[in-house]
Write a protein that binds this ligand. Structure first.
Ligand code: XUL
Ligand code: CO
Length: 433
């Protein structure tokens, strides 16, 4: 045991009335919701990068956190892993997620970085065995180091493409070694700062080739997990190719990979793309590419990807409603891609941030389940489209313009507008919260 979280006991469910800050009010892991335990619906994961690698900087100032594991040695990487697994156990989260750069120091050469990664992965594997904490997904950091400043797969320099391919292979190997349930690709710098120096056609083709190689490697290695793309419209680059769920689907279709790759949808990224989280989730479900979620929130005033811990239960209820309508998670889960505010220096801040986020998700899930089980919202939706289920409605889907036009004239069709009943439905939803 390290002494980082000293005096913080394991967090347990104590119910909504408890005065204890270090307790769950809603997240009751074994409580059955719609036929299965809450923990199996939510499948919580902690993000290694925000909680253990981020130094607390912003564009106007550097590091605010002073963590005993900050530094570039393997001993410190092991200390970081020790503290990380202590946090996972205090919270009782079943999963974690990581990038290569979060867990190992960068070496002088690719080979040295790879040795560091393999060594720490062995150490993490041991910690996973001891604690039963599992890996939701692994990924490669192809955006922090300066070599990636003009992109990874979409870089104008083919040697950066090569370096990125080698890095992805090493991170897929690490994910497989740790029994990861998914492998994620977030194209942080796969985009452009200015079109003036960008060959968009080439960059798209390069990104398509890289993705094809990832899918091929999945089959070559027998990896059973899902390959997920995480859409984001911008930040760090001015424009990112994986803009949103619809754009990613178009890209997958273009390269014939729509049956191979799904999406990891992030709350804050959905908002940055001008959508709601539930919109992105509903679309992913309809397109058959729903995979996993990165849970967080942005500050609606700032317009930045502030990656705060989620706390808005009504928003989460709508998001989990779409997750439940998708049939719930299979390989995916709820990853807290969220970080503390830079003034939140204390170890207990890290715990309480997750406690609040987990509780807000649980409350959202319960509301979503009640909404779905009650069936009123779905009944209202079905009633709105009922005309499509009768013979005339069905026939429209196989008719042509001529025959439809002839019937409209012959039957003097003059449809009467009907209320969309939005306020009634909004009132209904609020009753479950
Ligand atoms: C950045 C982001 C990443 C990905 C993993 O906005 O969301 O942390 O989730 O690379
Ligand atoms: Co994310």
């Amino acid at each position: 045991m390290t002494d980082f979280f000293k005096n913080i006991p394991p967090v347990r469910f104590e119910g909504p009335q408890t005065p204890n800050d270090f307790a769950f009010r809603h997240y009751n892991p074994d409580e059955i919701v719609m036929g299965k335990p809450m923990k199996d619906h939510l499948r919580f994961a902690c993000a290694y990068w925000h909680s253990f690698a981020w130094p607390g900087g912003d564009p106007f100032g550097g590091q605010t956190f002073e963590r005993p594991w900050f530094g570039d040695t393997m001993d410190l990487a092991r200390l970081k892993a020790d503290v990380a697994f202590e946090m996972f156990q205090i919270l009782g989260v079943p999963y974690f997620c990581f990038h290569d750069a979060d867990v190992r120091p960068e070496g002088e050469t690719f080979a040295a970085s790879l040795r560091n990664l393999e060594e720490i992965v062995d150490y993490i594997a041991q910690k996973m065995d001891e604690t039963s904490v599992k890996l939701l997904w692994g990924t490669a950091n192809l955006f922090s180091h300066r070599r990636f400043m003009a992109g990874a797969a979409t870089n104008p320099d083919p040697e950066v493409f090569a370096y990125s391919a080698a890095t992805i292979k090493s991170c897929m190997d690490a994910t497989i070694r740790l029994g990861g349930e998914n492998y994620v690709l977030w194209g942080g710098r796969e985009g452009y700062e200015t079109l003036l120096n960008t060959d968009m056609g080439r960059e798209r083709a390069q990104a398509g080739r890289m993705l094809q190689m990832v899918v091929d490697y999945k089959y070559k290695t027998g990896f059973k997990g899902a390959i997920l793309i995480e859409p984001k419209p911008q930040e760090p680059t001015k424009h990112q190719y994986d803009y949103d769920v619809a754009t990613v689907y178009g890209f997958l279709k273009d390269f014939g990979l729509e049956g191979e790759v799904k999406v990891n949808v992030e709350q804050g990224h959905a908002i940055l793309a001008g959508h709601s989280f539930e919109h992105e989730l509903a679309l992913a479900r309809e397109l058959g590419i729903f995979g996993s979620i990165d849970m967080n929130r942005n500050d609606y005033q700032s317009g930045w990807d502030t990656d705060q811990f989620p706390n808005n239960v009504p928003e989460m209820a709508l998001a989990y409603y779409e997750v439940l309508r998708a049939g719930g998670f299979t390989t995916g889960g709820t990853n807290f891609d969220a970080r503390l505010r830079r003034q939140s220096l204390d170890p207990e801040d890290l715990i309480l941030a997750h406690v609040g986020g987990m509780d807000a998700c649980a409350a959202g899930l319960k509301a979503a389940a009640a909404m779905l089980e009650d069936g009123k919202l779905e009944a209202a939706r079905a009633a709105r489209y009922a005309g499509w289920d009768n013979e005339t409605g069905k026939a429209l889907m196989t008719s042509d313009l001529d025959s439809i036009a002839a019937r409209v004239v012959a039957e003097d069709i003059n449809p009467a507008p009907r209320s969309g009943r939005q306020e009634r439905l909004e009132n209904l939803v609020n009753r479950y919260l």
